[in-house]
Design a protein around this ligand. Structure first.
Ligand SMILES: Nc1ncnc2c1ncn2[C@@H]1O[C@H](COP(=O)(O)OP(=O)(O)OP(=O)(O)O)[C@@H](O)[C@H]1O
Ligand SMILES: [Mg+2]
Length: 375
């Protein structure tokens, strides 16, 4: 698929931009703080409904303006699609897909498929497990809207179950405590139902993703580095692809921990405690990886995601590479340039020396919220 046009009105530092993109490589270049990332962010917004930099939609509206309006046109294997998004200082954002308003963000999943590499993604390695779960969740949700639904339900149930655990904990009489405890099983059932589905999907997706990532990582490092991606589910077992078995074990673990849960007032078992491990040449990248190695792992992971999605969708998603070249040596940079030309890709950079001016490549110079096409 490829994005053919985007229109930005009062969005970030853009008053009025109307950009026609090339089908292959789009180089978005310019000095710092001119608005390069803002463009990638606007495309990503149509893929996930959210910015990768903020949860606050208001930050996306140009300073001192009431609303922002974004429009996108893109082609997938079924033809032309259009999207529109209106961000308002005073109300929830409104989204239209092919002129039809959508009611829930979940309906946007699977509309425009995009894979983003951003500097913030280094947190995937450096920070805690929630960042890694988020990566997985966005990835799977784009391909399986039902996963997104399960996830939202799970989060809701988890919150309600935690509230109940806390309430039970506060009861003075043992009679009322027991009465409330009896209602816990209703939440257990829902937690297990949605949670097991999440675990099963994570298992299946990581299994395939890790094979792609391993191959790509060997290529980009000229066979020097072996990457292992490992799923670390909180409810761990040998047959992670058997939904009934996962459900049984999940429930069993909940029963075992019930006493402790009642004391602490939080749910201690479930996929909200899952993690992923990245290991290069038998060393955890988090502890021992260099800056460049960490970036390369993330890149391999994102490229693996591209291949996975292509197999699943029958076409490549669009690839958004924000500031990818920095901290990578020439070999790794060359690999990237050689391996992106068969998909639509958006690359931001400050320096265009490394890119050839061929018919596959379109250049956009960005200066203070204005776009100049040409190199
Ligand atoms: N809501 C907003 N209204 C107006 N301007 C904004 C808004 N949000 C961000 N900006 C401006 O956008 C600019 C940053 O844009 P962006 O992050 O796209 O820069 P960049 O070109 O990617 O820079 P770098 O090379 O440093 O990554 C900043 O100057 C910032 O002040
Ligand atoms: Mg930037």
């Amino acid at each position: 698929m490829y994005v053919s046009n985007i229109k930005l009105r009062n969005y970030r530092n853009y008053s009025n931009a109307d950009i026609n993109f090339g089908k292959n490589i789009n180089i978005i270049y310019g000095d710092n703080a001119q608005g390069k990332t803002n463009i990638l962010e606007s495309i990503y917004l149509f893929a996930t409904g959210k910015s990768h930099r903020t949860n606050k939609d208001k930050e996306l509206i140009k300073f001192d303006h009431e609303y922002a309006n974004l429009k996108i046109n893109f082609y997938n294997k079924n033809g032309l699609n259009s999207g529109e998004m209106i961000l308002d200082q005073n109300q929830k954002k409104r989204i239209k897909i092919n002129t039809v308003p959508i009611n829930r963000l979940g309906e946007l999943m699977g509309f425009l498929n995009a894979v983003l590499f951003a500097p913030e993604d280094l947190n995937l390695i450096k920070e805690g497990p929630s960042q890694r779960r988020r990566f997985l969740d966005i990835f799977i949700s784009q391909l399986r809207p039902n996963y997104f639904y399960n996830l939202q339900q799970y989060i809701k149930v988890l919150e309600q179950r935690n509230n109940l655990l806390k309430t039970i904990n506060l009861q003075k009489s043992s009679q009322s405590r027991h009465m409330l405890q009896d209602t816990l099983s209703i939440w257990d059932e829902k937690l297990v139902e949605h949670g097991s589905n999440i675990m099963l999907n994570r298992t299946v997706f990581i299994k395939k993703l890790k094979e792609y990532a391993k191959k790509i990582h060997l290529n980009i490092t000229q066979e020097m580095e072996q990457l292992e991606v490992e799923y670390l589910p909180n409810v761990k077992m040998n047959h992670m692809e058997d939904l009934t078995a996962i459900k049984d074990l999940f429930q069993k673990r909940l029963n075992e921990k019930k006493k402790k849960e009642l004391n602490t007032g939080v749910t201690l078992i479930g996929p909200h405690r899952d993690d992923i491990h990245f290991v290069v040449n038998n060393m955890p990248v988090k502890n021992y990886g260099s800056q460049g190695q960490q970036r390369t792992v993330i890149f391999s992971l994102k490229m693996a995601q591209m291949e996975f999605m292509k197999e699943d969708l029958g076409e490549y998603p669009v690839l958004l590479l924000d500031d990818i070249m920095s901290e990578l040596d020439h070999n790794r940079q060359d690999y990237i340039i050689r391996n992106i030309s068969d998909k639509q890709v958006f690359i931001t950079c400050t320096d265009i020396d490394r890119f050839e001016k061929d018919h596959n490549t379109t250049f956009f110079r960005i200066e203070n919220g204005t776009v100049f096409e040409g190199g």
